[in-house]
Design a protein around this ligand. Structure first.
Ligand code: ATP
Ligand code: MG
Length: 367
């Protein structure tokens, strides 16, 4: 999948600019605060239908503009397509592919992107939130139905959490509690099946990369962690549903006492092991970073297996965070697909990649 050209209008600090990308490596360089990450954010939007850093689209609209617009020529499966996205505060985002209206989740079939930013390097060390985000971002692009289930899940979770928080003041809220719990169990069952098969595949594709990366010494394994009563997360949706309900019943009292939602897929995690031991607890800093890199590169391989094409790889400030050996490993691994790499002007990365250089200065590009 390739983004050939992107035109931005009122997008963050881009006033009106068109940028052509090479199908291989593109190095996007410039001083701080010139718009490098903003450009990657726009490419990610083409694939995921949402931003990776703002929850609200209105934050993306350039100061003084009434809307933000992306118009892009992309190529997927040998077909040229034109994707247009318009964000206007107070309105739903408008998305068209070749002038046909699409929803954000329908964009999944157009192009895919894998984003890698410095926070991902602490994927192993950080809390479960970052690992759930990785699962959600990847599956959301691979499975068109997933994003909608997740949005619904988060909506119900928010409502149930509000009941558990406020029922002391307003006891009548409790009438609807069991109904919300039941709906969360149903939606959990759906999320669990998607996530279990994704983590299994991710483990299979990241392990050989990690082995090569560590010079054959380390073996990486990933395990999906979900609601404790679910013994087999690959079972039928119905079986998983019953198992989650069982957990829910056992924790109903504790939920009321703690005021927190204790059952459901919102507490899921991905356990990362190196040589049979928890990487989070036992691995060195270097091993953790190597594992994080292998997992992100493994994610890219899954997209290739699924779609027969590499996703667009977006490396935002990642290379400058790595030592020479790891930079070399990543650069040697990213052939075959399109990559956009951001870096600062003076960190010497440009020369090492051999890619097309695009210099960004105040929301304007110069080749
Ligand atoms: P760094 O090297 O520090 O990561 P960068 O080139 O990646 O810098 P960006 O994150 O792309 O920089 O942001 C560039 C500028 O965009 C910032 O100065 C920010 O104030 C500005 N900006 C953010 N949102 C908007 C917006 N809605 N309208 C106009 N400008 C914005
Ligand atoms: Mg940046």
């Amino acid at each position: 999948m390739i983004v050939r050209r992107i035109a931005l209008n009122g997008w963050r600090n881009y006033d009106f600019e068109t940028i052509d990308f090479s199908p291989g490596i593109n190095v996007i360089r410039g001083r701080n605060a010139q718009g490098k990450t903003n450009l990657l954010e726009a490419v990610y939007m083409l694939a995921a239908g949402r931003s990776f850093r703002s929850r609200f689209d209105r934050e993306i609209v350039g100061f003084g503009y009434s809307s933000a617009e992306i118009l892009a020529d992309v190529e997927a499966h040998g077909r040229e397509q034109t994707v247009k996205i318009v964000l206007s505060p107070g309105r739903r985002k408008q998305i068209t592919v070749n002038s046909v209206k699409k929803t954000a989740s329908e964009l999944a079939g157009t192009i895919t992107a894998v984003l890698f930013c410095p926070e991902d390097l602490s994927l192993v060390r950080d809390g479960a939130v970052v690992r759930r985000r990785l699962m959600d971002n990847a599956i959301g692009q691979l499975r068109p139905g997933y994003a909608a289930v997740l949005t619904e899940y988060n909506r119900i979770l928010e409502q149930k959490s509000a009941i558990l928080r406020d029922y002391h003041e307003k006891p009548s809220l409790l009438y609807t509690l069991d109904d919300f719990s039941e709906r969360l169990c149903r939606l959990s069952a759906k999320l669990i099946r998607y996530r279990a098969s994704f983590v299994e595949r991710l483990g299979k594709s990241a392990a050989p990369i990690h082995r090569e990366f560590s010079g054959g010494s380390d073996s990486l394994a990933l395990f999906y962690k979900t609601v404790s009563t679910v013994e087999n997360p690959f079972a039928s949706e119905k079986e998983i549903y019953y198992a989650v309900c069982e957990h829910q019943e056992r924790h109903r009292k504790a939920e009321l006492e703690s005021g927190q939602c204790l059952t459901g897929a919102h507490r899921d995690d991905m356990e990362i092991e190196i040589n049979g031991r928890s990487a989070r607890t036992f691995a060195s800093q270097g091993q953790k970073r190597t594992a994080a890199l292998s997992i992100k590169l493994g994610e890219r391989e899954i997209h290739l297996q699924e779609t027969d094409e590499y996703p667009v790889l977006l490396l935002d400030d990642v290379l400058s965070e790595l030592d020479g050996k790891r930079q070399e490993f990543v650069l040697n691994r990213i052939g075959g697909g399109q990559t956009l790499i951001t870096c600062c002007e003076d960190d010497g990365i440009t020369e090492r990649t051999g890619g097309r250089v695009i210099t960004i200065d105040g929301g304007k590009a110069a080749l």
